[in-house]
Design a protein around this ligand. Sequence first.
Ligand code: SF4
Ligand code: SF4
Length: 347
Amino acid sequence: MENLNEIIVDAQWTSGACAVGVATLETLAGGPPSVDLTYVLPNAKSAIVFGFALDQELIDRYLRKEDRLSHEQDNIRVNLLASGTALFGEKFLKELGHDAYAICANTVYRNDVPGGSAVMMPDLSLRYLAVASGIAHFGLSGNVITKNEGAGIIFGAIVTSAELEPTPPLPDEDDYCDDCKLCVASCASSMMDPDGVERVTLGGKEYTYSKRRTYHRCDFVCGGFTGLHPSGTWSTWSPGRFLIPEAEEEFYPALAMAVQASVNRPQIEGGYRHPMLPDRRIALTCGNCHLICVADKAERAKRYKALRESGCVVQNPDGSLEVVSAEEATERLAAMDPEKRLMYESF
Ligand code: SF4
Ligand code: SF4
């Protein structure tokens, strides 16, 4: 048989991928528990890691608040493509006589950690695998980035007992992250600590990115429960306007309150079912920290400006979302029936 690495890179199931690499137990050594390949496959030796690109034009329209649904649909489709590719690759490797395990692109969590699946620790962290396999760099945001796709990329992987040759990490000089901090500025929940540094070692090489504060910050905003930036001048695609606390310990109570308060909001067109909240469809309303990040510095600045000037989202009684100025959004909420208004903000 030809070299297995070559067969995999050449195989039809990775043909649509924008990047393919291989990480091994050695190139992941020293990493956090979420890179332990043996967690999903006890006799694992390596992982084939790949990424599929999101449509950049749809990202642009999403950030400008011209079109939410098309990017959401693309995002769901690309996640399914990455997960389906992993499943196809798993079967392919098994046919060749190797053990293999497909890693879903998203929404699979460990339930044997303190707090269970509610803490949303993935079975394996695909961003670490992407960096170790030489298909992406860490950006300051902690998202992973590639020269061509920026952070607009969805990863998948297959863990296998096959002893594959690792692909080396990307050279540092190819990393376009210039600490512009636009990812930090575009996060309404201040999830990234601008002064804290996270250090991670993979295969003897140290990587850094900004420390993340409590994940409840992202749950609160990216979950769609609230979206008004603390400046009050722009919002995510969420019509929620609950105040975003500053202190870490205030986030869980704020999140719990907002989940409850928003339960009777009309359904937003589209959306998807998330295993943590299966009773309702969740709409994609944020993702700004990764959608803003592309290699072209001028384009990045343009996207951030467009986001900042994109206005605020309000929801109509039929569920549709409308983008209006910050002033009009305030007036529209103030004019609401008080019972309905409480679904969006405290007053
Ligand atoms: S937005 Fe700027 S600082 Fe953030 S990851 Fe991208 S290039 Fe780095
Ligand atoms: S997805 Fe949104 S809320 Fe979550 S960290 Fe990124 S910008 Fe912040």
